[in-house]
Design a protein around this ligand. Structure first.
Ligand code: SF4
Ligand code: SF4
Length: 327
């Protein structure tokens, strides 16, 4: 089954002016742009999970490990380490977007229409397109293919991103159909959305994985691009209606201070009685993707936290009688 529904020659970004033109119900085109469908995940809800990563996020966290999901539009990904310099992409491109730079290639984003011709021409998969349109039924079919694993492991489907609340109707309709088939459903969200939009996004989610990063509003804004007031307000409202787990990325020098984690512990106990928290250690797996999409990675000096440090962070929550798990 192919997941790509767009005609080959049509640029991917045609008609994708904002997320609502893709996934909003007003134009009856319930599609969304996704970057990846990842199977057998153990960290994004109970049991074995299949995760659909949607594209487009209102935040831009400095440590983001999926930078190709931030932009709403499909975009070209170039991996120089896989490039053998054969020049096939240069010949294939009808838009003058490819040039030679030393032994490697350069792709001009201003000229590139993301038509995908260079992707087809490349013999080593050094170029790819991050982001494809997918419809609700197509997504449901691909996601429920793992139903046997869900049943055996107590798992299910998690919609992540990017930010699912940028595709509220699409997310709701996909999860509604999966739920009807008896599949456990979850949404991972940064919580930065207009509240009705967020409620629509999680309407058919059995579980909400809700990210909290930095308690101090100014610090939050510096590291993510937005104040956390809306996020905290929404957390209260969502947790009153939904099963929720708070997820905190442990980013050395940014979120891992005793002061920040103590403040977050205080916040989650204020938001919900007997909250559950998951701590996610920083990893640098996504750094290569920044180069691939022509962005600068802002935290090259940060190292993953040690096991000892993670235990220290965990104790901050345990001391406050908060159920906490290291992922
Ligand atoms: S996707 Fe490739 S072939 Fe198409 S315009 Fe961009 S660089 Fe050229
Ligand atoms: S076609 Fe692929 S391998 Fe050949 S130069 Fe272009 S990116 Fe490199």
């Amino acid at each position: 089954m192919t997941l790509l529904t767009e005609p080959k020659r049509k640029p991917y970004n045609t008609g994708l002016r904002d997320p609502e033109t893709v996934s909003g119900s007003h134009n009856r085109v319930l599609k969304a742009v996704f970057t990846n469908l990842q199977r057998y995940s153990l960290h994004d809800g109970p049991g074995l999970r299949t995760i659909l990563f949607l594209k487009g996020c209102p935040l831009s966290c400095l440590w983001c490990s999926n930078p190709e999901t931030q932009n709403f539009q499909p975009e070209l990904l170039y991996s120089p380490n896989m490039c053998i310099g054969c020049g096939s992409c240069l010949q294939a491109c009808g838009y003058g977007a490819v040039s030679v730079q030393g032994k490697k290639m350069a792709f001009d984003k201003g000229k590139c229409t993301v038509c995908g011709d260079c992707v087809d021409a490349c013999p080593t998969a050094a170029v790819s397109v991050a982001g494809k349109l997918i419809g609700v039924d197509e997504a449901v079919e691909a996601l429920e293919a793992d139903a046997v694993f869900f049943r055996r492991s107590g798992g299910g489907v998690t919609i992540s991103g990017g930010e699912p609340s940028q595709h509220p109707d699409f997310t709701a309709e996909v999860l509604k159909k999966l739920r009807k088939r008896g599949i456990h459903t979850a949404v991972e969200t940064c919580g930065y959305a207009e509240v009705r939009r967020l409620f629509r996004t999680v309407e058919y989610a059995d579980l909400v994985l809700y990210d909290l990063k930095i308690a101090d509003p100014e610090g939050h804004k510096k590291a993510t691009g937005a104040d956390n007031a809306v996020i905290l307000e929404n957390a209260k409202k969502i947790s009153a209606e939904k099963e929720i787990i708070f997820r905190i990325p442990v980013i050395p020098g940014y979120t891992d201070s005793k002061e920040n984690l103590t403040a977050i512990a205080r916040l989650v106990t204020g938001i919900k009685r007997q909250p559950e928290v998951h701590l996610l250690p920083y990893h640098a797996f996504g750094t290569g993707k920044y180069q691939g999409i022509g962005k600068e990675y802002k935290l090259p000096e940060v190292e993953p936290p040690s096991e000892e440090k993670m235990q220290e962070c965990k104790r901050i929550f345990e001391d406050k009688k908060i159920a906490v798990k290291l992922l």
